[in-house]
Ligand binder design. Structure first.
Ligand code: DC
Length: 224
């Protein structure tokens, strides 16, 4: 069974998707980590981010591997380094590269092949796994998402104002919702969960209920 969890940055999908996978003993795939690893590789190599051909060529030569919830770039575990703000700031150009998107989408399908998996991203339900049995789209208002991000950052000793966070978030939202392929959107058959007034535990329960509902209807279909 494939469960897709999509939504904008800061809607809380990463931690929810991991917890859902843990609870159900499913595998977990963080597709943003793949885009982040490619961005890191291009930044490290000093590729000109304004040169689409150079980016495409270099990105195409990078070796990526998703293994045991870690992301490897040319054999090196970069799971922590990909969270740097420089990577988030530069990722839009990388996520716009169509051949790269095709390659990463194919990798994602290979990872999911024959498994029970929770896969998280922007385009999972609408584009990469259109036939997934269970699709969830998590949303929250820009203010809520920015406040959550501010709290997360302050826990790591980084203090930014809400306005600074909102600015960066608005830029990412615009990039994520306007690209031609792989843009952030809920699949027509996704269940949308607004997390504004929910604690993370309540979001987890809501998503688990959705999945249990799908599993039950699957069981009753098999029985009849
Ligand atoms: O989920 P995240 O913040 O780690 O994702 C980082 C960026 O990667 C996001 O702004 C857009 C891109 N991305 C994408 O284009 N498609 C995905 N399936 C996942 C992420």
């Amino acid at each position: 069974m494939i469960v897709t969890i999509d939504g904008p940055a800061g809607a809380g999908k990463s931690s929810i998707a991991r917890q859902v996978a843990d609870r159900l003993a499913f595998d977990f795939l963080d597709t943003g980590a793949m885009y982040r690893a490619v961005t890191l590789g291009c930044l490290r190599a000093g590729v000109d981010f304004d040169d689409v051909d150079a980016l495409e060529q270099f990105a195409g030569c990078l070796e990526l591997r998703w293994d045991d919830q870690r992301i490897f770039l040319n054999g090196e575990d970069v799971s922590e380094e990909i969270r740097q703000p420089e990577v988030s700031a530069a990722i839009g150009r990388i996520a716009d590269l169509l051949p790269l998107r095709a390659r990463l989408s194919e990798m994602q399908r290979q990872v999911a092949e024959g498994r029970d998996i929770v896969t998280e991203g922007r385009d999972q339900g609408a584009e990469v796994f259109p036939h997934a049995e269970c699709k969830v789209f998590l949303t929250a208002s820009p203010q809520t998402r920015a406040r959550r991000r501010q709290l997360q950052l302050s826990e790591t000793g980084v203090d930014l104002s809400i306005d600074e966070i909102l600015d960066a978030q608005n830029r990412r939202d615009l990039e994520d919702t306007t690209r031609d392929v792989g843009r952030l959107r809920a699949a027509d058959d996704a269940i949308v969960v607004n997390t504004d007034c929910l604690s993370s535990d309540e979001v987890l329960q809501a998503v688990l209920e959705i999945i249990h509902g799908v599993l039950e209807s699957r069981t009753s279909k098999t029985a009849s």
